[in-house]
Design a protein around this ligand. Structure first.
Ligand code: HEC
Length: 120
């Protein structure tokens, strides 16, 4: 009886954690629109306003999220390293994102059609 309750409890707990971490594509799109990321990266996240600005559509979500966290670290004054990106523009935008915003916007961008591909 005790064991069953315990097992049930962990299933419920695990379910709750999994739900809160799952990326929400609609919320990701909302972050993209709210902060007007398109003003630089382009509405389709492909055709940016400057060729030196990276294409975001279709990049791996974990790579994008890692990049955004690295800009946050850079903006909060961490010295440059492999996990820290010093960029005034992106630092200012990344600073405004919550952890969940980063997961959501990265997942949404990864789901957009883009020209990036692994050539075989
Ligand atoms: C004012 C222009 C501007 C805006 C607005 C902007 N970005 Fe950027 N973004 C850049 C530039 C420039 C870079 C490249 C910076 C560098 O050299 O590290 C970049 C880089 C990135 C990268 C790294 C991609 C890679 O391949 O390394 C991500 C992810 C990103 N932006 C996401 C966003 C998101 C999400 C938003 C909205 C919250 C946003 N950007 C808003 C200009 C902008």
């Amino acid at each position: 009886m005790k064991l069953t309750t315990l097992a049930l409890g962990s299933v419920v707990l695990f379910g709750a954690v999994a739900t809160s971490q799952a990326a929400d594509l609609a919320a990701g799109k909302a972050v993209w629109e709210k902060l007007n990321c398109a003003s630089c990266h382009g509405a389709d996240a492909v055709k940016s306003i400057d060729p030196s600005y990276p294409i975001l559509a279709g990049q791996h979500a974990d790579f994008l999220a890692q990049a955004l966290r690295s800009y946050q670290r850079g903006a909060s004054g961490a010295p440059a390293s492999a996990n820290v990106r010093k960029n005034a523009i992106m630092g200012a935008f990344a600073k405004q994102l919550s952890k969940q915003d980063i997961e959501n916007v990265s997942a949404w961008l990864a789901a957009q059609p883009g020209p990036l591909a692994v050539r075989r």
